[in-house]
Design a protein around this ligand. Structure first.
Ligand SMILES: Nc1ncnc2c1ncn2[C@@H]1O[C@H](COP(=O)(O)OP(=O)(O)OP(=O)(O)O)[C@@H](O)[C@H]1O
Length: 510
C-alpha cells in the first residue's frame, strides 16, 4: 500500500501493511476475537523495533520486508535517499538498510548526511558483487555492515541480528549515560545556600566551553560532585569523565597513570597502556588533590595544559587530546604558590574558572536538607526513613563539621543503621558531635513495637550497671552515698560494683 506522507514522498509502511491485513480480516471475524484488547496491541507495536529499507528496486524492498517483518520488527520501505532522510527525521528507526547505487542522491551521500545530522541508526549497505572499495568507504563513513546482492536470506538474518544487538547496546549506553547525567546533575547537589547556587549558575554558564576549572574547598565539601556536574552539564561532550586522585599514587606511577606507557618502558610494563588523558579524550579529566603533586609532575602537567599533547612513558609518539581539565584541591593553591610549593604558571593555567566551595559550617541552612536527603538514602528497603529527633537536630546544627558533608553523611548512615525505633535520638550520634560520651550511652534500646532481640536479664544488667555508674559519679565514688541514691544497702551496692567490675576510683576525682 502506498501513502503519501507530509512531505509528499511515498513511504511503504510495514505497520500499515499489517493493519490492512487486519482490516481485511475484520470483515470476516468479529473484532477482538484474534487481536486482544487494544492497549495490548498498542504496547506490542511500541515494543517492535523499526527498520527502514531504501532501494529503488521495488522487488528487493518487498522481498526484504517479507523476509524480515515479524512480531519484533516492523519494516518500512522507501525508494530514494531523499525519502529516507525525511523518514529518519520523523521516526526512530533502529536499523537502516540502504542500497549504495541509486538515482539522484546515492547511498554514500545518505550515510554522510545521517552522520552529519547525528541520526542514531545502525546502517547496513547493500551492494552489487565486486564493489568492495565502495563498501570500505561506506564503513569508513559510519556504516556498520554490508550485504552483497543477490541477498542470501541466512546471511541477511545474521547481519540484521548483529545490527539490532548493536543498536540495543547503543540504547543501553545512552540510557546509562542519561541516568548518570541525572544522578550527577545539579539537582543531586543538595543546597539552598546562595553561594552554592552561584556555583551552579557559573557551571551552567560554562557548560558548553572547554575552559579549565579549579575547585577549592575543605575535605568533604562536595568538590567531586561539582566536578561531575561540570562534566555532565556539557551536552556536547560525548567522551567519558575520567577521575584520578593525584595524592594516592607515587610520582612514577602517577606519570604512567596519567600519560600511559609503552611496553617495556619499566620492569612491570608488559603491555602498552593508555593513560587517563587518552581515555578522557573528547571528555573530561578530573585531577583530584592537584595541590599534592611533586614539582616534577607539575612541570609535566603544565606542558600538557599548554600544548594539549604528550608522550606515553617510554614512547616518542606525540599524542594529541581534546580534554577538558577539572582540578580540585583542599589546599589554598594561591598560598601554596606564595610559599614556593606550587608553580605559579601551572596555577594560572588551572585557575581559569575558579570555584570556591564553602564549608558546611558556613551554610547551616543546608544541614536539615542534607539530613533528610541522607535519611532517605540510608533507609532500609521497605522501611520508611528514620526521623531526626529535634534535640538531635539541634546538636547537628551547632556542630562545626570539620569533615563537612562527608562527615554528616557518615553520621546519618551510622545512626540510621544503629537506631532500632523510628526516631534518631542524640545518643545515637557520634560522641564528638553531641558531646555525649560512650559510657553515658545506653547500650540497649528497647523498642516495644518489635520483638526483643536480647534476654531480659542481660538488658537489666546493662541498665543496672549504668545506673550504678551514674550514682557513683554523683556520689564522687562514695559507696555509702551511692547506696543511698540507689535505695540499696551498702553491702548490696558493693557486691554489684565488683560483679560489674566497675572501677570506683576515677569517680573520686570528678
Ligand atoms: N551538597 C551535597 N548534596 C548531596 N551530597 C553531597 C553534597 N556535598 C557532598 N555530598 C556527599 O558527600 C560526600 C563527599 O563529597 P565529595 O567526595 O564530593 O567531597 P570532596 O570535597 O571531593 O572531598 P575530598 O576533598 O575529601 O576528596 C559524597 O558522598 C557526596 O555525595
Amino acid at each position: 500500500m502506498e501513502n503519501p506522507n507530509d512531505s509528499g514522498k511515498t513511504i511503504h509502511k510495514g505497520t500499515e501493511f499489517a493493519h490492512d491485513r487486519a482490516d481485511d480480516r475484520s470483515k470476516a471475524v468479529p473484532p477482538n476475537e484474534h487481536e486482544g484488547p487494544p492497549e495490548v496491541r498498542e504496547k506490542d507495536d511500541r515494543m517492535r523495533r523499526k527498520l527502514l529499507v531504501v532501494d529503488d528496486d521495488p522487488y528487493l524492498t518487498t522481498q526484504l520486508r517479507k523476509l524480515l517483518e515479524s512480531d519484533e520488527l516492523s519494516v518500512d520501505t522507501v525508494s530514494s535517499a531523499q525519502e529516507a532522510l525525511t523518514a529518519l527525521g520523523e521516526t526512530d528507526y533502529s536499523v537502516l538498510i540502504t542500497d549504495l547505487k541509486m538515482p539522484g542522491m546515492g547511498g554514500m551521500e545518505l550515510i554522510r548526511e545521517v552522520a552529519q545530522r547525528r541520526v542514531l541508526v545502525t546502517t547496513i549497505v547493500t551492494t552489487g558483487f565486486g564493489s568492495i572499495d565502495r563498501v570500505v568507504e561506506a564503513m569508513r563513513l559510519g556504516a556498520y555492515d554490508f550485504l552483497t546482492k543477490p541477498i542470501d536470506p541466512n546471511n541477511l538474518k545474521l547481519v540484521m541480528d548483529r545490527a539490532l544487538k548493536k543498536r540495543a547496546l547503543q540504547d543501553e549506553v545512552l540510557r546509562l549515560r542519561q541516568q548518570l547525567k541525572e544522578s550527577y546533575s545539579f539537582n543531586s547537589i543538595i543546597s539552598k545556600n546562595p553561594k552554592m547556587h552561584g556555583i551552579f549558575e557559573l557551571i551552567r554558564h560554562i557548560a558548553g566551553t572547554k575552559s579549565t576549572v579549579l575547585i577549592e574547598g575543605e575535605t568533604g565539601t562536595g568538590k567531586e560532585l561539582i566536578a561531575k556536574a561540570v562534566h555532565y552539564a556539557s551536552e556536547e561532550r560525548q567522551g567519558s569523565l575520567v577521575a584520578i586522585n593525584c595524592a594516592a599514587l607515587p610520582e612514577n606511577l602517577l606519570e604512567s597513570e596519567l600519560f600511559g606507557h609503552e611496553k617495556g618502558s619499566f620492569t612491570s610494563a608488559d603491555a602498552r597502556r593508555k593513560g587517563r588523558f587518552e581515555l578522557a579524550d573528547k571528555g573530561t579529566i578530573f585531577l583530584d588533590e592537584i595541590g599534592d603533586i611533586s614539582q616534577a609532575m607539575q612541570a609535566k602537567l603544565l606542558r600538557v595544559l599548554q600544548e594539549k599533547r604528550f608522550e606515553r612513558v617510554g614512547g616518542h609518539e606525540s599524542i594529541e587530546v581534546d580534554v577538558r581539565v577539572v582540578a580540585a584541591t583542599n589546599k589554598n593553591l594561591e598560598k601554596e604558590v606564595k610559599e614556593g610549593r606550587f608553580r605559579e604558571d601551572l596555577f594560572y593555567r588551572l585557575n581559569v574558572i575558579k570555584v570556591d566551595v564553602p564549608p558546611l559550617r558556613e551554610r547551616p541552612e543546608d544541614i536539615p536538607l542534607l539530613v533528610t536527603h541522607f535519611l532517605n538514602k540510608y533507609a532500609r528497603p521497605n522501611d520508611p526513613p528514620k526521623k531526626m529527633a529535634p534535640d538531635a537536630m539541634e546538636r547537628l546544627l551547632v556542630y562545626r563539621w570539620p569533615g563537612n558533608v562527608r562527615e554528616l553523611e557518615n553520621a546519618i548512615e551510622r545512626s540510621s543503621v544503629t537506631t532500632v525505633g523510628d526516631t534518631i535520638n542524640p545518643d545515637k550520634l557520634p560522641a564528638r558531635i553531641t558531646g555525649i560520651s560512650e559510657e553515658e550511652k545506653p547500650r540497649y534500646e528497647i523498642d516495644l513495637q518489635h520483638p526483643l532481640p536480647y534476654y531480659l536479664k542481660e538488658a537489666t544488667e546493662q541498665i543496672e550497671k549504668q545506673y550504678i555508674r551514674k550514682a557513683l559519679e554523683k556520689s564522687r565514688g562514695n559507696v555509702g552515698r551511692c547506696a543511698e541514691l540507689c535505695g540499696l544497702s551498702r553491702r548490696s551496692v558493693s557486691g554489684k560494683i565488683s560483679q560489674y567490675e566497675i572501677d570506683k576510683y576515677p569517680f573520686k576525682s570528678t
